[in-house]
Each structure stands twice: as structure tokens, then as C-alpha cells.
Write a protein that binds this ligand. Structure first.
Ligand SMILES: [Fe+2]
Length: 126
């Protein structure tokens, strides 16, 4: 599932997606044969990918991981970092952050991404 979202002028954003679940990397082919010869987990913890960009700033590709989820300590691609582990707060049915009314429980995740200014933008400001 992919989506393209734009932040507001103040940088705030709201997105709606489905709650992620843990999954296995493909275990067929050469990687599968290699993995089966190790005791390394082939699982990825639940996460949401982000590819962020803004004019004048360095782009950022990252994930957010669900605090308390399985496989955080054994992510097969070693992508988990403590600052990227976030709370998925379960909310009752009602008004969602998107403004719509949701008839089922949902999770709310809050995270402020901070992009670095491009070097040329910093140099021009000096
Ligand atoms: Fe993924």
C-alpha cells in the first residue's frame, strides 16, 4: 500500500493507512537458502515506510516501528533504531485525526519528522 501526501505549509501532516503487521522477507531463492543456514530471524517487525522530501532540505527515507511489536530486536535488515519506535495508541470509534468519523477502533501515531537543510541552502544563508 502506497500513498502520496503533502504536509500543510506549517509542516503538519495527517495520513490514514492500515496498521502494519510483521512479515517475512522472501525466503525463496538464494536469500532463502542463505537464511536457512543461519539462525538469523527472517522476520521484519511491524513498520510504516516514509520517503520525505521538501524543497531546500535533504530527503529522508525511514520507517516507524510499533512499540511492543514482535521482532524489534531481531529485524532481519537491522533497521530498527530506538528513536523510530513509536506508540500506536488505540482509540475508540469516533472522530479521527483526519477529521472523519471512524466506526471502528483505530490507532493514532504521532511523530515529528525533522529534515536537515541542504548544504547549499545553509551556505547561502551565511
Ligand atoms: Fe517494509
Amino acid at each position: 500500500m502506497r500513498g502520496l501526501y503533502r504536509a500543510q505549509a506549517d509542516g503538519s501532516y495527517v495520513i490514514r493507512t492500515v496498521a502494519p503487521i510483521a512479515y517475512t522477507i522472501p525466503m525463496d531463492g538464494t536469500v532463502g537458502e542463505l537464511m536457512e543456514r543461519t539462525n538469523i530471524s527472517h522476520m521484519r517487525p511491524a513498520h510504516i515506510h516514509f520517503a520525505l522530501s521538501a524543497p531546500g532540505y535533504d530527503g529522508l527515507v525511514t520507517h516507524l516501528f510499533q512499540r511492543g511489536g514482535e521482532y524489534l530486536d531481531t529485524d532481519v535488515v537491522y533497521a530498527v533504531k530506538e528513536p523510530l519506535i513509536v506508540d500506536f495508541v488505540k482509540k475508540p470509534p469516533g472522530k479521527a485525526p483526519t477529521g472523519e468519523v471512524v466506526t471502528t477502533p483505530f490507532y493514532e501515531v504521532k511523530y515529528d519528522f525533522v529534515l536537515a537543510k541542504r548544504a547549499e541552502a545553509l551556505a547561502a544563508a551565511e
